[in-house]
Design a protein. Structure first.
Lengths: 452, 481
């Protein structure tokens, strides 16, 4: 019996501590090369298992979409699986899966990544497949029409047919004013319908050039041999003009923004609050992620202990901060217990923030974030796929794949004062957006069967 | 954010890749595929029976300074819920870390969260097994293991914590009825398994009201016993170290002396029917079709795995036809649920409301094709290769590899069960796959469950058989004929 996890779309940034532990954790080793066409190549060998993982990250996400074309970056990602000049429709997935590998793609605000994990004797195959679609994806009307339907089903599945589906979209739309930041990744049905073949061709030329991408390779490879193979498959792909600069600047928020949703699919009230944070490699992001841990990580967290255990006014709580290249959001959320007052729950969330702003934080509360970061650092060492994904992602997000190693030390050096300072600076009413989602009355059920 | 569940494919789609981009040069011809299957030697788990009867299995991997462990308690899973207390096993597991004879709920939470230790106890519905899992960096293994052992051996189920749990669980019981997938699984369990424990979805309002702390304590005392336990440990540790540490941490854990509890097969399900759960306002229909199939030890098991991969694997026929060709759904997959008792085969998808009928018809057509036609040799070989080549990937993850040995131990398979896996899968023939498709995709027994807006889909569903309609509380809206 578990309640659903609050919210989608939030990657909790964790940090690390070096002090006080006997254990030395090895670093992730990698080389960082640029091919003649501008493709950035990161190679991280690890010969322990006969496995290789490849992640290709393009420096484009929903933030690059223009008005009237929301959902475009994600729809384009789907199209990248529909074949290319030398790969038939369906062949990509078939070759990967039938040779014992797995693969996927992912689109977010700042980047679009494609990744595969295969037995190491299939390295050439994977490089060929990724290079062919970087050079010549099958952008055809039939493929666009077909994947438009799949993506619309994805929107129905994740948003329109789920309780609280609309809430997270509304929260971002209110919290941000810059179009680049405020619209959802999945996009609107109308915009998905409007996307034309010409749009796709232009988007490809602008954003899928090798000089706008990073390829990370990790696992059972000899670094020199791997680089030679990558050159062979990728270096001939012509580079493109630099992508246009993207303005993600947000005008300063001066007062609280607030809205309410009536959700016919929901049964409990959800209180969502979000605060604008700078994002990227801004030095305050580490302290904000540790602050989220103090407020929301586990049963020992402030929100759980006070709202769920002591007051029993909420049945589930969440705290987290978005990790992204541009401005992000710091979320504090609670699902209201049946029969309890949402306004009181909202006040109780703010009271916990105030306690941190004014009162002491315990050292063990910061240790939670430190240990979580240590743990994730070790996890990155074990999985070649995780390593490839993070190296390519950090190269796109921060222009620094080395963040995979340095985040650990940065969180280790945090002080309790840092958490208080960022709480006072960012988690304040004028920087806040609030959305309250309440269950809408259910439509009448025929036969009067809907006993409640 | 918005991760796609899986990649895409469509073997039967157009090969034309007319590009708007002009040049699109042919550059290498065909993708270079290695025909070799990497010959891997699976590292062996080391195994020993502890003096208290628990069976310890260790897979060493010193690449990374961390240790994962799981303690499987056979007999403590939801399968063993008393008929009048569904959810007892799950509730017991959920409350074990909410207070022990020496620590309060808050103290346990603080200690575990501080170390980011991820210790948890779970007991799934329909499963024989409850599991205590944990992981730690090597330098924190001792305190993490001490806490896990305290939770396992000395839970006190404080009245106050049970009261708090009741409040949260009441909300969860309410909230899960807004989840279309929950409604689908609830109805599917009932039509496939009747009142057999495999049909349970856990706590109900009635059982929650009835549960007492004595029930939890008694269930724990009777079922969390070492002679029914398998302890799996993987990572930066040796067998000798694991033995010393686990024997010390679990000191005083007394044998029950009782045999492991067994299971019974579910009674045969009724004839094919359509069950419709009305969810007014639903913009999609959640569909699931299936029927009872095999247990894990059934001689058809390997052939059913190959059949299922061809039909509903991540790049199977259902995906290629219903998503890639027709665009009806974001994802469609099938699974085999094979445990000690006879389980089921099922396929599931969510489709937009107005294509409910054609999508279901196409799905059923794919089942018919599996029954009526031999799988072509190339497609068959692809499935065999997909099932066997992926072994190499598990070598990266010792916990995943150890799990294979735990399965071997749970089902009393021979020691070389996994060494011979590739050979067994390669020996399956297209004729065998067709034979199991005829047995387990039998239209006379196939149950169809749909969760969606009845006012829009009921009429279309009537074309597939007799329709029973239920509301989102699980109540029949009209008497079954």
């Amino acid at each position: 019996m578990r309640l659903r996890r609050l919210f989608i779309a939030v990657l909790l940034v964790a940090g690390a501590a070096v002090t006080g532990f006997a254990l030395t954790i090895p670093k992730v080793n990698f080389t960082d090369t640029r091919l003649k066409n501008g493709l950035r190549v990161i190679i991280s060998p690890d010969r322990a298992a006969p496995v290789v993982s490849v992640s290709v990250a393009y420096n484009v996400g929903s933030r690059n979409e223009r008005k009237g074309r929301t959902g475009f970056a994600h729809l384009f990602e789907h199209l990248m699986f529909k074949g290319s000049a030398n790969v038939a429709d369906g062949e990509f997935a078939g070759l990967i899966e039938n040779n014992g590998g797995n693969h996927n793609g992912q689109t977010d605000k700042d980047h679009t990544i494609y990744f595969e994990q295969v037995p190491s004797n299939q390295l050439d195959m994977v490089l060929f497949l990724e290079a062919d679609r970087m050079r010549s994806p099958a952008i055809t009307q039939a493929n666009v029409d077909n994947q438009r339907e799949a993506v619309k089903e994805e929107r129905r599945l994740r948003v329109d047919n789920q309780p609280y589906g609309r809430t997270s979209e509304l929260l971002a739309e209110l919290a941000f004013e810059n179009f680049a930041n405020e619209h959802s990744i999945i996009g609107s049905m109308a915009d998905l319908d409007a996307a034309s073949l010409e749009d796709f061709a232009a988007f490809f030329k602008t954003y899928y050039a090798p000089n706008n991408a990073v390829l990370a390779l990790s696992g059972d490879v000899d670094e020199k041999v791997a680089l030679e193979k990558i050159r062979k498959y990728f270096e001939g792909i012509p580079s493109g003009p630099p992508a246009p600069p993207l303005d993600t600047a947000e005008p300063p928020q001066k007062e609280e923004r607030r809205s309410a949703v009536q959700d016919p699919l929901a049964r409990l009230t959800l209180v969502d609050t979000a605060y604008q944070v700078p994002g990227g490699l801004h030095p305050d992001m580490d302290a904000l992620s540790a602050l989220a841990s103090v407020l929301g990580a586990g049963r020992s967290s402030r929100l759980y202990d006070n709202l769920v255990r002591q007051q029993q006014s909420a049945v589930q709580v969440y705290a987290g901060v978005q990790q992204s290249k541009g401005p992000g959001l710091f979320y504090l959320e609670a699902m209201v217990a049946p029969g309890r007052d949402p306004a009181a729950v909202e006040k109780a969330i703010y009271a916990e923030v105030e306690k941190i702003q004014k009162g002491p934080i315990q050292e063990w509360e910061l240790d939670k974030a430190r240990n979580a970061a240590r743990r994730s650092l070790v996890g990155n060492l074990r999985s070649s796929l995780q390593r490839a994904i993070l190296l390519s992602r950090y190269a796109v997000f921060f222009n620094d794949p080395g963040v995979i190693n340095t985040r650990y030390e940065r969180i280790a050096s945090l002080k309790l004062d840092d958490l208080q300072r960022v709480a006072r600076q960012y988690i304040v009413p004028t920087n806040r957006t609030v959305v309250i989602t309440t269950p809408a009355p259910k439509p009448a059920v025929p036969d009067g069967g809907g006993a409640k | 954010v918005t991760p796609r569940a899986i990649g895409l494919c469509a073997l039967f789609c157009s090969l034309a890749t007319i590009s708007l981009l002009g040049q699109a040069p042919k550059f290498m011809g065909k993708a270079p595929v290695s025909k070799e299957l990497i010959r891997i030697k699976l590292p062996r788990a080391q195994e020993v029976q502890l003096s208290n009867g628990a069976y310890l299995m260790v897979l060493e991997d010193h690449r990374v300074p961390s240790v994962q462990f799981e303690i499987l308690m056979i007999g403590a899973g939801g399968y063993y819920d008393p008929p009048d207390l569904p959810g007892l096993a799950d509730t017991t597991a959920s409350l074990m870390d909410e207070g022990t004879s020496s620590k309060s709920s808050e103290q346990i939470a603080q200690a575990l969260d501080t170390m980011a230790a991820n210790v948890s106890v779970s007991a799934n519905e329909g499963s024989q097994i409850a599991t205590v899992t944990g992981s730690a960096l090597t330098d924190q293994l001792d305190p993490v293991l001490a806490l896990a052992a305290d939770i396992l051996l000395n839970p006190t189920f404080p009245e106050k914590e049970l009261g708090l749990f009741r409040g949260r669980a009441r909300a969860a019981l309410e909230e899960q009825r807004s989840d279309p997938d929950f409604l689908r699984q609830e109805r599917f369990g009932k039509v496939i398994y009747g009142t057999h424990p495999a049909s349970s979805v856990g706590l109900t309002r009635e059982s929650l009201a009835k549960l007492r702390r004595e029930d939890l304590a008694a269930f724990h005392k009777a079922n969390y016993v070492p002679d029914h336990a398998i302890i799996g440990v993987s990572g930066d540790i040796t067998l000798a170290e694991a033995r010393t540490k686990f024997e010390a941490a679990l000191k005083g854990w007394a044998k029950s002396g009782k045999p492991r509890p067994g299971v019974v097969d579910p009674p045969a399900a009724g004839p094919a029917r359509v069950s419709l759960v009305n969810r007014p306002g639903s913009v999609q229909t959640g569909l699931q079709v299936g029927e009872q199939a095999i247990d894990r030890l059934h001689p058809d098991y390997d052939a059913v795995q190959v059949m299922n991969n061809i039909l509903g694997g991540s790049n199977g026929r259902l995906f290629r036809e219903l998503r890639e060709s027709k665009g009806y759904t974001y994802g469609v997959y099938s699974t085999v649920r094979a445990l000690r008792y006879r389980g089921d085969w099922r396929a599931a998808m969510d489709v937009r409301t107005d294509v409910t009928e054609p999508a279901l018809r196409d799905l059923l057509a794919e089942l018919a094709k599996m029954r009526d036609q031999l799988v072509p040799a190339d497609e068959f070989a692809d499935a065999q290769r997909a099932l066997t080549a992926s072994f190499a990937l598990s070598l990266e993850n010792p916990a995943e590899l150890l799990n294979l040995y735990v399965i071997r131990q749970l089902y009393n398979y021979p020691a070389d069960y996994w060494d011979r896996y590739t050979q067994r899968i390669m020996a399956v023939t297209p004729a065998q796959v067709q034979a199991v498709a005829r047995k387990y995709l039998d239209p006379a027994r196939l149950q169809i469950v749909a969760v969606g807006d009845a006012s829009k889909i009921e009429e279309g569903l009537r074309k597939f058989g007799t329709v029973d309609v239920f509301d989102d509380e699980g109540k029949a809206l009209q008497p079954a004929p």
